[in-house]
Design a protein. Structure first.
Length: 215
């Protein structure tokens, strides 16, 4: 029985890789639990579909009950993996594949969690800030900005990370969604302190212009 289950699981993942929509639908119709099948490393059928850029199959899986927030052995959800793909492209080409926006939009349509942490404590939002791409971040924040001031490693917020990376467009976007300029990391440093320490006058001047004293 276990062997048969594994065979069906691998048949689905293979059909996804081949882009065989008809086969995928047939397998799911026979056994709906396959939509949440995983490889040994925790990779889900949904992640495989997105890896192979097959949005129609991803939608079939989701509409048939695939868990959009399922995590692999590293704690990555499908949304983490899409953002990580953007990061890899950006590091090599200093741009990101536009099709990833459609992938993100589909996952958010099925309520993907933008604040879920992987094993390193990173969320899709923090990964998006690190990869320095404004549009994917904007799509996710429009869906859910409740974690805008969440604390990450060493007490950094998303705004701390953006200031450290010196990307004014992302800094502006985060502030527009309510990022706290006065938030302090574990060492008591605010985002303005970060900007001053970096020596980047453009970022420092931008932040001080946005800053409103609370007293």
């Amino acid at each position: 029985m276990i062997f048969k289950s594994k065979t069906k699981k691998y048949a689905l993942h293979s059909a996804i890789q081949d882009g065989d929509i008809e086969k995928v639908q047939q397998l799911i119709n026979k056994d709906s639990t396959l939509v949440n099948s995983k490889y040994k490393d925790g990779t889900t059928a949904l992640s495989v579909a997105l890896k192979y850029k097959n949005l129609p199959i991803a939608e079939i899986l989701l509409s048939n009950g695939a868990n959009v927030n399922a995590q692999d052995n590293d704690g990555h959800t499908a949304l983490h993996l899409v953002v990580d793909t953007i990061q890899v492209y950006y590091e090599f080409f200093e741009k990101y594949p536009v099709y990833c926006n459609d992938h993100i939009a589909l996952l958010l349509k099925y309520n993907a969690d933008v604040n879920i942490e992987n094993n390193q404590g990173n969320t899709p939002l923090s990964d998006a800030v690190e990869c320095k791409c404004v549009e994917p971040l904007a799509i996710m924040l429009k869906h859910n900005s409740t974690g805008i001031n969440k604390k990450y490693d060493e007490g950094e917020t998303l705004l701390h990370i953006a200031v450290r990376n010196k990307i004014i467009d992302i800094i502006q976007l985060l502030i527009d969604y309510g990022a706290d300029i006065d938030a302090k990391d574990d060492n008591g440093m605010t985002t303005i302190d970060y900007a001053a320490k970096s020596g980047n006058t453009d970022v420092f001047n931008f932040l001080t212009e946005q800053w409103v004293p609370w007293y």
